[in-house]
Each structure stands twice: as C-alpha cells, then as structure tokens.
Design a protein. Structure first.
Length: 429
C-alpha cells in the first residue's frame, strides 16, 4: 500500500508540474515559466480588477518577497496562500464570484497578496544566491517570525492604516497561529527567543481579525496521503538527504521530465493519476469544480524549502507545533534550550473567524477538535462547511463560493462569523 501510494503521489507531482505548460498555453498563450511570471499575474488581475501593483518586501533576515496589491479605498486585507502555493491561488477563479482575493477587492477593501519565501515569486535574498544552501535553510516557523511581520509592517507603512485583517489558507493560517501564540521558552535568553517574542508583540497589536480558510494547526491525525508518505514512509527525510534545498520548484528541465513521466505512467496505468492528485494531498469534494482544478494545476506547485516539508513531518510525528527540531544539541545552539520550543494556542487573543472544510484530509477532524479545544473561545467564531475539501476555497463550484463568500464578507465587516451559522463544539468529530 505504501509503495502504491508513493507511486501515485510521485506520478501526480509529475502531472502537476507538466500541466504548468499545458494549462498556461490553453488559457493565456504562455509557456511553462511564463505561467508563474509576475508580469502575467499583473496582467491577469488587471484585466479582472482594473488595477494591480507589485511590491518588494525585505525581511529582517534578508529575504526579498514579492507582494501584489489590488488597490481599494477600504481597510487593508492581507490574503496569504498555503504551502506549495502562491498568490495565484486567490485569483485563479478569474471572477469576483469565484476567487477570494477578487471578491474581497470587489467589496471595496485594499487587498494585498504576499508570497512566502522560496516560492516562484519570492526567490531573492540580499546576501545569498538562490542556488546556495543558506537560502533554503528556512521553514514555516521563520514565516511567522520574519515574513508575516515584514509584510504587515510594509502594508501599514504604505497605507497609513493602524491595523490589517489577515486571511490565511492552510499554511497561511499555520503561520499566523505560530505568530500569535506564546512559545514554551525554558532556556537562557537567545536571539531566536527575542525574535519570536518581538514578532508576536507586533502581530498582536497590528491584526484586528484573523480569518482562517481550512486552517492548519496540529497534524497528528492528518489523512493526507502526501503527508502520510512524508511522515510514515519518511519521504521527507529521504529527499532531504539528497536534496536539502527546494521541494517542487518550478523549472524548465523538471517540467519537461515530469511531463514525459506523467504521459507514460498515465498511458499504461488504469489509474488516472493526474485526476486524483488533489485527493491524495488533501481530499476532494463534489464542491470542487473540475475546470477550476485544471486551471489551478497550471500554477501549483510553486515550490517551498525542503526544510519546510521536514518540519511538517516533525509536526505529524510529534503531535506538536513550534520551531524546527534540530535535536538536543542543535536546539541548544539554536534556541538556548535542548527541547524544541512549541506554540501554546490558548494564549492567542486576536479575534479569529475560522472556516473549516468538512471533507478535508489535510486538516483532519481530530486535529481541528484539538485546536478548538485549546483556543480561547472568547476570541473564536467558526463554521464547518461539511462538503468542502481543503482546496474548495479556490477551486470550488459556483454553489460553493455562494455558500462561503457571504460569511467571509460578514466576518470582515463584523470580526465574527454569523452566529446563526456556528457549529457547536459537540459536532467536531
């Protein structure tokens, strides 16, 4: 079973990369590299929203991030993508009725779309070349301490606003949970400890609402076949031994190789691996539109540091969420303590509106229940969309978007989800 799952997963990875070319050619008349270019993104959004800007944000540790803006007269809203994704996810639906960022912009908000370090749009550093190991020595914990604070500070500086609303999908929500929580520091003061506490103080004072779409926190019970392979089959460790830099980067050679692999495996296999890839990663749903899934496959995956994949493996294996575990000696050198510092979600005080997917294999019910049991209920409203998958928020049917976009709009206006729609905690099974 493990071998078969890995084969199908690797085959899907091939198909996903190969479709960068075919989908972009079909929809936009551009090739593999152009399908993820900033110029194409700007043109795509301008044709649909009237305007789009590109900004560069430099983090304290030197990463140069690309952030797009759909200007609006209203308050700023940051919309953060998930792992292996980019800002494309939030606009790929192409219309305000079928794309989160375009919908929020149509409601009059000033929309900002950051890109995490290491994805196709954010592959620069003030000191390190992207080909260096140093560039890739980073993971989701660094996003919470450096990327997110830098992006928010930039938006506040440009707009003059006192606070922002933050909407995060998947890893985009994990980043915010980590950023807003207190951590279990037990050792002597260290630069890492100071950075985490400084970031938390800033985020807590700068965010007026945190909206999570399929929010990811704990991963102990995840049912994602990809994450199962990463953890139980030690897929992450295996790759990390041979390539500790990028995971699924978008390049011409890899796209060509994977296109051929995808073609021949699919040709002789009774399983249509290119169609079931989404199911293997995070679950599928009748609420997912096939054409939008195809369009999304033209811009996903967008790459992530290999260390990030290993950190998610650690989260699954340990049942904890926090910083990267280097082992006792490495932790002592990095953090001033032998045990890895972990996040305590009960300490989060920012208003949260959490929209969960009921058919979500990545953010599974058990992990969802644990998160909600630990969060301070005074700051949380949540709803479970029973038929949604992890990706329905950007590849859903018109009916799916019609179901959640009004709730999202209400939350942005009132800092809480509609009370009549809330699910009682007893429903979390």
């Amino acid at each position: 079973m493990a071998a078969a799952s890995l084969l199908v997963l690797l085959s899907w990875i091939a198909c996903a990369q190969a479709q960068h070319a075919s989908t972009a050619d079909e929809l936009h008349g551009h090739g593999v590299s152009a399908s993820l270019s900033a110029e194409l993104f700007l043109r795509f959004v301008r044709e649909r929203a009237g305007n789009c800007e590109m900004h560069n944000v430099t983090t304290e540790d030197g990463y140069v991030l690309t952030m797009f803006r759909i200007p609006g007269a209203g308050k700023p809203v940051i919309v953060q993508h998930g792992i292996l994704d980019s800002s494309w996810d939030m606009v790929i639906g192409g219309e305000s009725k079928s794309a989160v960022a375009l919908a929020i912009a149509s409601w009059g908000y000033d929309v900002w779309l950051p890109n995490a370090r290491g994805n196709t749009f954010s592959r620069k550093h003030v000191r390190y070349e992207v080909s260096s190991q140093e560039f890739w020595n980073t993971s989701v914990a660094d996003l919470s301490m450096f990327d997110t604070p830098a992006n928010i500070a930039y938006v506040l500086n440009v707009t003059g606003a006192k606070s922002v609303t933050y909407v995060g999908h998947s890893q985009g929500s994990e980043t915010m949970f980590l950023g807003l929580a207190e951590w279990t520091w037990t050792g002597a003061p260290s630069p890492r400890r100071a950075q985490q506490q400084k970031a938390r103080t800033f985020l807590e004072s700068s965010i007026d609402l945190f909206v999570g779409l399929s929010p990811v926190s704990y991963l102990k019970d995840t049912r994602s076949a990809l994450l199962w392979a990463v953890s139980h089959a030690h897929f992450g460790d295996l790759i990390y031994k041979y390539d500790s830099k990028a995971f699924l980067p978008h390049t011409w050679p890899s796209a060509l190789l994977e296109q051929q692999l995808c073609f021949w495996i699919t040709k002789f296999s009774p399983i249509k691996v290119c169609e079931i890839g989404l199911s293997l990663i995070c679950g599928v749903s009748d609420q997912d539109d096939k054409q939008r899934v195809t369009a999304a496959s033209g811009v996903v995956p967008a790459g992530t540091p290999m260390r990030n994949i290993v950190q998610f493996q650690q989260f699954i294996d340990s049942g904890r969420v926090g910083d990267f575990d280097f082992g006792a000696a490495g932790n002592l050198a990095a953090y001033g303590q032998s045990d890895v510092p972990n996040a305590t979600f009960s300490t989060i005080k920012v208003p949260m509106a959490l929209l969960f997917a009921g058919n979500d294999d990545l953010a599974a019910p058990g992990d969802r229940a644990r998160l909600l049991s630990e969060l301070d209920a005074r700051h949380v409203s949540h709803k479970i969309y029973e038929d949604f998958s992890h990706a329905t928020w950007f590849v859903g049917t018109d009916e799916a978007f019609s179901a959640f976009l009004p709730d999202l709009k209400y939350a942005l206006e009132n800092k809480v989800l509609p009370s009549s729609e809330l699910e009682p905690p007893s429903m979390l099974v």
